[in-house]
Write a protein that binds this ligand. Sequence first.
Ligand code: PLP
Length: 415
Amino acid sequence: MRGIPDLAEVEAMDAADPLRALRDRFVLPEGVIYLDGNSLGAASINVFNEIEKSAKQEWARDLIRAWNTAGWFDMPVQLGDRLGRLIGAAPGQTVVCDTTSINIYKVLHAALAIRPERPTIVAEGDSFPTDLYMAEGVASTRPGTVLRLEGVDAPAIEDLIDDHVAVILVNHVNYKSGRLRDMAALTRKAHDAGALIVWDLCHTAGALPVDLDGSNADFAIGCTYKYLNGGPGAPAFIYAATRHHPDISQPLSGWWGHARPFAFEQGYAAGSGIRRFLCGTQPVLSMRALKGALDLWDEVDMTAVREKSVALTDLFIRLVEARCGAFGLELESPRDGAERGSQVSFAHPHGYQVMRALIERGVIGDFRAPSTVRFGFTPLYVGYRDVWNAVEVLEDILRTGAWQEARYAIKEAVT
Ligand SMILES: *Cc1c(COP(=O)(O)O)cnc(C)c1O
């Protein structure tokens, strides 16, 4: 292994970075090193422009006509296709709508309806909790449904896959550790047992390339306000492979999913294709913000994003271990970049206080109970010098014990 890079080497990495110019397209406060793009991506000039245009011109001037004249009505499908490029989905299979939690509800119902003779949903015990809460909610509406969890009912998800399983809901990148799963291999394993698979791409979309079509995935869901930078509460997405479209049914059968929404018929008749996952009127201003974010993504090569992401996270791990290793931090993320998403987590017994002290000094990451300090690296606006500077601050906080100040122990509502 090479030695620890010095500042000159780190600056040379920035100078050679092909994505460097994109940083100027984002609006970040002076003095902040933002390492929480895995929770809420940063604002961009593109997004502000779309919000302003959609509010001040389309809404204020065109009023109700804007549904047609500004293409508002078609946005869920159009933006879905554009997002599809980033997740390996050919057009017609991705739709932008609702929230990830709601989309999990719809997609699990759809999968269970396609495998009506099978009672079991498999998920991960250490999943982001809303995925499990929604699976519980789905099970509560379907008597006889069983929820089996990795880490609870068996050590590995593979051990839970048998011919009782209708659907597996699994994260591509774990929200806490950043561990990456092999999408093609697990999908094959599910299909060999006759089960369907739903990939949660919340920590994948915009963080690393993924090939849903090439992996033969059945369904996927994910959010757009993390690495995709769509803005707080930006609508989420659903992917469904074309082969399933004729069989998709889901219980949130609102008029936007109807075959003829403006015929105002009395009974529900499902529309065709991916539109079946739509429910009701979508948040247009948030959709337009996401459109601005996707305009920027159209300029970005996902392979370059992945290369820089691995280099940033590698650099962070090496610098933290070299300079802060004596202060009780323990790496929770895979050391091998090929097994890691775009984030790095360390455990620290006083992780909450350490993170509060970091944030006060302008290094913004986040904390996940009980002891994880988590740092997300967004290659579009984080550089190598940012990594260097963040580690300098972290080292200082740990060396001086600055995190021990009493005010850092007071818990805030959102961590
Ligand atoms: C961020 C995240 C969510 C968020 O769900 P919302 O409905 O948008 O609140 C869900 N699942 C995972 C795995 C996440 O990382």
